[in-house]
Design a protein around this ligand. Structure first.
Ligand code: DX5
Ligand code: ZN
Length: 220
């Protein structure tokens, strides 16, 4: 699958969010990664469906990749679908009924993703591999931007790639946390095809140059 670069707006300028998101898309990004934190599942608090809807009303047309770091999960799904989300992903530990939650996301017309923390085993995939559109491997513990990339997550991506290929399903393999120009090539060679980068893109002086360097590193 064609590689997708998804800047995490956690590192954007929230005081001028619409402009900053448009700038990163104009600079060549493919997808908007939208981190939702509830100060309960993770120790930080960010943004909800109203902000997603505001970005749509502002004129953002790129796919929006909603990463839910919330507990409980289910009641936010219809709200995000209405607000314009394309992908909705959640952490299996945060849902009582993972299969039901995946179904709810697809029923709402969105692509459904499962997110794996560094210590979460891939065995959660075993019985739902036909019910998902996206596997997201966290290469940091969720909650904050700007953390250091956990190297062992590359092995996990390789394992996830094997499971996805064996399933024969059309499933994206996304990586999130500490991804930058210097390690994005390793992530691609391990099998990832969707790359979240927050601080590495929004913290750079030249979004277009950073995204171009990332694409070159992915292409190897
Ligand atoms: C962390 C979030 C990430 C984060 C990535 O909980 O899920 O999307 O914003 O930020 P960087 O790329 O700075 O690690
Ligand atoms: Zn994220």
């Amino acid at each position: 699958m064609e590689p997708l670069i998804a800047p995490s707006i956690l590192s954007a300028d929230f005081a001028r969010l619409g402009d900053d998101v448009q700038a990163v898309l104009d600079a060549g990004a493919d997808v908007v990664h939208f981190d939702v934190m509830d100060n309960h599942y993770v120790p930080n608090l960010t943004i909800g469906p109203m902000v997603c809807e505001a970005l749509r009303n502002y004129g953002i047309t790129a796919p929006i990749d909603v990463h839910l770091m919330v507990e409980p999960v289910d009641r936010l799904i219809p709200d995000f679908a209405k607000a314009g989300a394309d992908f909705i992903s959640f952490h299996p530990e945060a849902s009582r009924h993972v299969h039901r939650t995946l179904g709810l996301i697809r029923e709402q017309g969105c692509k459904a993703g499962l997110v794996f923390n560094p210590a979460t085993p891939l065995s959660w995939l075993e019985h739902v591999i036909d019910d998902i559109d996206l596997v997201l491997i966290m290469s940091v513990n969720p909650g904050f931007g700007g953390q250091a990339f956990i190297e062992s997550s590359l092995d996990k991506v390789r394992s996830a790639r094997q499971l996805i290929d064996a399933s024969g399903n059309d499933i994206r393999l996304e990586m999130d946390g500490g991804v930058k120009t210097g390690n994005i090539g390793d992530c691609a060679r391990a099998g990832a095809d969707m790359f979240v980068a927050g601080s590495a893109i929004f913290g750079s002086d030249d979004y277009a140059a950073t995204i171009a360097a990332m694409r070159a590193a992915i292409a190897g």
